[in-house]
Design a protein around this ligand. Structure first.
Ligand code: ADP
Length: 484
């Protein structure tokens, strides 16, 4: 593992820390730092709204004192309305004589700014003025009512532009506690989040370690998230596949060792017999030597199968194509089984009406026929019957079928038997088998692009078939000559 990689927990914590710091910064900034300017902006807007409201009410003559009091109180505002002669028509003092427009100290300011409003083109004048008593910034607003040349009155509004210290304190305390809660929550949530993510990954890692030690039965559990579940499913599938290969390899070693040991034991036993007993007896000696030769052949066949398959699978073999009659080839091969017919009572039923010529690798096609016929002999039933049929499907296709009358193959095993090293049973057979025969058949037929397959019925028998491409050259006669 690379050292500079961070764990999920650290990463989640780092991102959460960044997230919470950003929120805290925004909080302190907007409440703490920008509180005053926001407050000021809102207040100025407030003043204009109220002035507008009073103006509308004044023109329509719709005011009651309660109305005005409520507006002033709700908006924390000192209000003074004068008539054209400067007499007070209405007054609301929020600050008990300390409001600028009601205080004696403010009276000069009042007249000064009223004059400014009268001078202005809009009849409105407003400015920031300090309240000398509390040293507070306040906003003083003056508006002329009626015509500018002949005013009917004046509205004076005055409000503090700074939030109250108590308000500031309350907000600061609240922000402090919100920050503390955010920190605690952030640490808690990031801890649980990291654990939630880590848990299924941890479970998968633990199972992977078990699998690494060779236990492929281990189950990967990725519950919690779609992604981890998908990962667990993939690993379960991988474990299953590795386990299959593992079993197959083990079976192969067991099969091969078994098949190698039997002929080797025989070779050794008969060689010892010749040395100790039959060396001087020519008849016995020959019999024993023949057994040694036969067993050596079995060994050679086995080793050849293994080599053939590994070469076929790695693509190392090249096809040596030639044109030949497959019909004649089948008859020729059947001729070599006469010993089995005569000595062991097998009966072969050969049916080939037409002579069919194909272009293929003759040695490899022979190997396919041998393997399929050997299997039929090995697995056929008590009646020892094997059928070999060549059917002409169409002008360019002939189908070769090898049928036995054995106990058949279970339907669920059918897809497996062409796999390497697969053997349904480990019984002794007439002809040596390695569990590789059908895989060799499959590789060769695939190389030739010939279709192949099997159908089987339990207790009736199996039919292995393949289809070759070529042409009919005429009827087939026993001499092996196709005639037109
Ligand atoms: P083997 O050397 O074991 O015969 P094959 O690859 O030729 O290896 O066959 C694989 C397995 O397929 C066999 O072990 C057997 O279980 C099954 N099989 C093949 N041919 C037949 C058949 N004609 N009838 C029943 N089972 C068969």
């Amino acid at each position: 593992m690379k050292k500079n990689l961070k764990s999920i927990r650290t990463t989640v914590w780092i991102y959460f820390a960044i997230f919470i710091s950003s929120i805290l910064f925004l909080l302190w900034f907007s409440f703490g730092i920008s509180l005053e300017s926001t407050y000021k902006r809102t207040k100025i807007q407030n003043i204009f709204d109220i002035a507008g409201y009073i103006l509308t009410g004044w023109s329509a003559d719709e005011f009651t004192v309660e109305n005005l009091d409520r507006i002033a109180y709700d908006n924390n505002m000192c209000v003074l309305i004068q008539d054209a002669y400067g007499n007070t028509v209405y007054s609301y003092d929020m600050m008990a004589n300390n409001c600028l427009i009601h205080s004696t100290a403010g009276i000069q300011q009042l007249y000064k700014h009223r004059a400014e409003a009268l001078k202005s083109s809009t009849g409105i004048h407003y400015t920031e003025v300090k309240n000398p008593r509390f040293n507070h910034n306040t906003m003083l607003f003056v508006m002329v009512l009626g015509e500018m040349e002949d005013p009917s009155g004046y509205i004076f509004l005055n409000t503090s532009l700074e939030p109250l210290d108590s308000t500031k304190d309350i907000i600061n305390i609240q922000i402090f506690w919100i920050s503390v809660m955010l920190l605690v929550l952030g640490i808690g949530i990031s801890y649980f989040l990291a654990r939630l993510i880590e848990t299924p990954i941890g479970r998968i890692t633990k199972s992977a370690k078990v699998m690494g030690q060779g236990d492929y039965t281990v189950q990967f559990d990725g519950r919690g998230y779609t992604e981890t579940e998908l990962l667990a499913d993939t690993l379960n599938h991988a474990a299953e596949e590795i386990s299959k290969v593992d079993t197959l390899q083990r079976d192969l070693v067991a099969n091969i060792s078994h098949d190698l040991r039997t002929p080797l034991t025989m070779v050794k036993a008969y060689a010892e017999m010749i040395r100790d007993l039959s060396g001087d007896n020519p008849v016995k000696r020959e019999e024993h030597v023949n057994i040694i030769i036969e067993e050596s052949d079995r060994l050679a066949a086995l080793v050849n199968d293994i080599l053939d398959l590994s070469k076929l699978e790695s693509g190392a073999t090249r096809m040596e194509k030639s044109t030949f009659s497959i019909t004649r080839k089948i008859h020729e091969i059947m001729g070599r089984y006469t010993l089995l017919v005569e000595q062991k009572g097998y009966s072969f039923h050969l049916s080939t009406e037409k002579d069919f010529e194909i272009e293929a690798d003759v040695i490899k096609i022979e190997q396919v026929l041998y393997n399929l016929i050997n299997n039929a002999v090995n697995y056929t039933g008590e009646n020892k019957t094997v059928y070999i049929t060549q059917l002409i499907k169409d002008e360019t296709t002939a189908r070769i079928e090898i049928t036995d009358t054995g106990k058949g193959i279970e339907p669920e095993l059918l897809p497996l038997i062409f796999d390497r090293y697969y053997r349904a049973e480990k019984s002794r057979r007439e002809v040596i088998g390695t569990g590789l025969g059908l895989s060799i058949v499959k590789q060769i037929l695939k190389q030739h692009n010939f279709k192949f397959g099997v159908r089987s019925e339990l207790n009736v028998g199996s039919t292995f078939w393949f289809e070759v491409k070529g042409k009919v050259t005429g009827d087939y006669n026993e001499e092996g000559q196709g005639d037109d």
